[in-house]
Each structure stands twice: as C-alpha cells, then as structure tokens.
Design a protein around this ligand. Structure first.
Ligand code: GDP
Length: 467
C-alpha cells in the first residue's frame, strides 16, 4: 500500500450540533493552518507552538472572517496519527465547515480518505491492526456490552494477549531451532514434554479466544430473535408492544431515530434483534403458517425463538407446535420461549393447567402474557436478559467480535494441533518448525505485523471520513 506523505484534512464530527471539529494531519499541518488561521494574540506564532496548546483566533479567507475558532496543536509523535496535526473547533455551520476545508485544500492539504487518520496511526505504530479495527467498532457500538468489548480491544487488551501467545511461540521456536542447528549431532536441548506443554498452553488460549467469537458476535451484532406462531396468535401485537416501549426509552436520547434501531430492543446493555419482521406488524391476513419456508429460515437464524400461542389453545395443539419447532432446528443452544398470549381473556390462567401439560425442555421458558394489555412483558424481558450470553462471561474476559480474528485464531489452533501431534509422533524438528512459523504468521495477521493491501483496504474502507 502506498503511503501518502501529503497533509490530509477532513471534518471529524457528524452533522448537527453546535460545534464541529476539523482534523488536519501531516508534516505541513501547522504551515498550512498558519495561512488561514490568525491568533487573537498577535505575538503567537502557530508554527512554534508546543504540542497540546490551544490557540484562539480567526479563520480568514483573504480579509473575510469565516469564523472564530479554537485550534489545538499536536506535535509528532504525540498525536492520534503520530504525525504533527491540528484540530480546528469551529461553529457547526455547513458553510463554515466547507469554507475551512476549501481553504486548507487551497493551501496544500488533500481530503482524507475514509479511515485515513487511523490508517496513519497504524502505519506509525500508534496502534496495531486489531486496535484500529476496534476504533471502528467503538464508533458503531450501540450498547454497553458492545462498547465495553470494543473499548478493551482499542486499549490493547486483546493485542497484549496475542503478543503473549506470540512470544511463547517464539521462545519455543528458539528451542527447536537450536536443535536444528546441531541437527547432525542428534542432540535434544529441550525435553519433549516441556515443549508439548508450552504448545498446549498456547493452543488452549487460542481455542478459548476463538470460541469467544460466538458470544462476541452476539454482543456486537445483537442476539437474533424470531417470533413464530399460528396466525392471529398476537405476534404482531407483541412485537409492536415491545418496540413501542423501546421507542419510549430511546426517543429521549437526542438524535436517535427509530430508523437506525429498527426492530431491536436493548435489555441490560444487550441488543436483541427481531429477524425479518417486515410485514409481521400489518399481517392479520397474511398467512404466516408454521411450516412455510420463510418461517423455517427465520427460526434457523435465530438464537431465541418466541413461540406465541393463545390461552384458548389446547395443550395438544401447543405441543404440536413445540414439536415442530424442535424438528426445524436441532441446535441445542437455541432457546425456546413459549408465550401463552391473550391471558387477559380468562380470569385464572392456572385453571388451564397448561404448565403441567406442555412438553418443555429444561432450557425452555413458559410465560403467560397479554400483548394487548402489555402484561408479562417485563417477565419476558427478564427471561431474555437471563438467557443472553452475558451471564456466561466474566466481564474481564477477552472476547473477540471480529470474524477476521476468529479465522486467524482458528488457523493458529490448527497449526498448533499439528505441532502437538508432531511432537507425539517424533516428527523431525524441521517439520515441526514449519507449523510453528505458520502459527506465528497467523497471530501476526491479527495485529497487522503481517498484512496485505487487501486486508488493509477492507478494514479501512468501512471507516467514516475523518476517523
Ligand atoms: P398475528 O397474526 O399473530 O400477528 O396476530 P395479531 O397481533 O395481528 O393479533 C390477532 C388478533 O388478536 C388481533 O385482533 C389482536 O388485537 C388480538 N390480540 C393480540 N394480542 C392480544 C391479547 O393479548 N389479548 C387479546 N384479548 N387479544 C389480543
């Protein structure tokens, strides 16, 4: 990848709000700013300012004042990108922002590509690749759980773990390669059991990290939930009730719109995403019969299935539907919540005796609700929260959320598996060394020590401009 030497600029804040921030980075940052920015205190020379100084002044185009701004100076290497940089805080008018960018470009800066600031930070060793990826995740995080994972990753917890694994493997290679140097003489410097236990330790850690992806992915992208049941059981009423209550919560947060959180609810910091509910809310006449292909697919994609039945249904018919569910999916991790809806229509829900007559598994839940009266919804939320993966992890555990990391770790484990069987079967050291080097290579892919233009391109193209 060709690294640009140019000084780049871009707005770093989204539209809306009172203040906007424009970022400039590259060796000519201050020289360019000096042409358009005039400190109020005329004795101040921008070019001579120390890092982390904030200067108040005007941005001018010829003699026209564009805005009064604050300019923060960053000196290489103590900046986000590692380069000399500046940040201009101006008033958030579209005109002002555009004008300031035009002026910067006129004096030699170029517009930054998406993610270019972070890419430069990576190239300049301010962060490794997994930390750079976490920057994008943290911006995209919508819930406390996904925020926490991204934050830990950005701060380098995951990177530290990976470099620990790497140094263990490097130590191991040094032992093996020493023996290779003395190859002819048939010496063994390290005993095989010790070597094996090192590799086993690294493989276990790598396996554990890889397996955290399942949880991590659910926390980052939300836990998929399907709503199923026969027509008119109240599925759309239930969905509406859940989403309406959610809307009441989120509409208090300025700037959030229903659009961006369509069909999701957040419980205890974890997002639940209703799968493919389009049409469900208007459908009293659309035939959503169980057994149709679309429903099957939905159920297979979901981690949690809400099966909506009516209190007037016979235990036999409910059991049939439960049975049908289990036939569609055999995944033991899938959780089934049976909702007996319309419980407002009878005075004593226990009189039905349904609890005792349903074929429930240990992990299934049964709740009596009324979607229309919005009763039992808190219980439903509690059950969802309990079965979410949150309880199963320690908040300090390192959790991976990125499929790229998962794939690399998977390969690390594979290579190490070959090393272990090699050690057990007295395979020659030079062959073992090949697999070790491969494992080290895959670890390097995660942190970016080993990388290709394609990997970098894919990562940074998903960033926003200005980040
Ligand atoms: P869907 O076909 O499963 O989406 O069912 P709907 O949500 O469209 O509901 C079908 C009918 O049942 C509508 O007339 C709803 O008003 C009614 N309904 C839904 N939930 C309840 C409830 O909790 N109690 C009562 N009494 N009626 C309900």
């Amino acid at each position: 990848m060709i690294r640009s030497e140019k000084t780049i600029c871009a707005p770093a804040t989204a539209q809306g709000g009172a203040i906007a921030l424009i970022r400039i980075s590259g060796k000519d940052s201050l020289a360019i700013c000096e042409k358009i920015f005039f400190p109020l205190d005329k004795s101040i020379e921008l070019i001579n300012q120390k890092g982390f100084t904030v200067v108040f002044g005007e941005v001018r185009s010829d003699n026209e004042i564009i805005d009064e701004v604050l300019l923060t100076v960053f000196r290489s290497p103590h900046s986000y990108t590692g380069e000399t940089s500046a940040e201009i805080s101006c008033h958030a008018s579209q005109y002002i922002i555009r004008k300031i960018l035009e002026l910067l470009i006129l004096h030699g800066a170029v517009t930054a590509n998406p993610g270019e600031f972070t890419q430069r930070a990576f190239f300049n060793g301010k962060m490794d690749l997994s930390q750079a990826e976490a920057v994008a995740d943290i911006i995209a995080s919508r819930t406390s759980a996904s925020h926490k994972i991204a934050l830990n990753q950005m701060r380098g917890d995951f990177s530290a773990e990976i470099s620990r694994l790497r140094s263990e493997l490097l130590y191991f290679t040094s032992l093996i390669e020493l023996e290779l140097d003395f190859g002819e003489e048939d010496v063994e410097f390290a005993d095989r059991d010790k070597l094996k236990s090192i590799i086993l330790g690294v493989k276990n850690l790598s396996d554990r990290l890889a397996s955290s992806f399942k949880v991590g992915n659910a926390l980052k992208n939300g836990i998929p939930v399907a709503i199923a049941g026969k027509p008119n059981s109240g599925k759309s009423t239930l969905l509406n009730a859940l989403l309406m209550e959610e809307k009441a919560i989120v509409s208090d947060i300025p700037g959030t719109t229903r659009d961006s959180i369509e069909d999701t609810i957040v419980i205890d910091g974890i997002e639940f995403r209703f799968i493919d509910t389009a049409g469900l809310r208007e459908t009293t006449d659309v035939i959503e019969v169980m057994g149709i292909k679309k429903t099957h697919e939905k159920i297979r994609q979901a981690s949690v299935i809400l099966l909506v039945d009516e209190i007037s249904d016979s235990a036999e018919s409910i059991n049939k539907r439960i049975d049908a569910m289990r036939k569609i999916t055999t995944d033991p991790d899938k959780r089934l919540i049976i909702l007996i809806n319309k419980s407002d229509t009878i005075s004593d829900i226990h009189s039905t005796g349904l609890e005792k007559m349903l074929d429930l598994n240990e992990t299934d839940s049964l709740l009596f609700i009324s979607a229309r009266e919005k009763s039992g919804l808190d219980d439903l939320r509690r059950v969802l929260s309990d079965i979410s993966t949150k309880g199963k992890m320690n908040s300090d555990d390192i959790i991976i959320t990125n499929i790229r990391h998962y794939e690399s770790l998977f390969r690390v484990s594979e290579s190490l598996g070959r090393v272990i069987s090699g050690l057990e079967n007295q395979i020659p050291e030079d062959l073992i060394a090949i697999d070790i080097r491969q494992a080290i290579y895959y670890l390097g892919e995660i942190t970016g020590e080993i990388t290709t233009d394609e990997i970098l391109g894919n990562i940074f193209k998903n960033f926003c401009i200005g980040k």
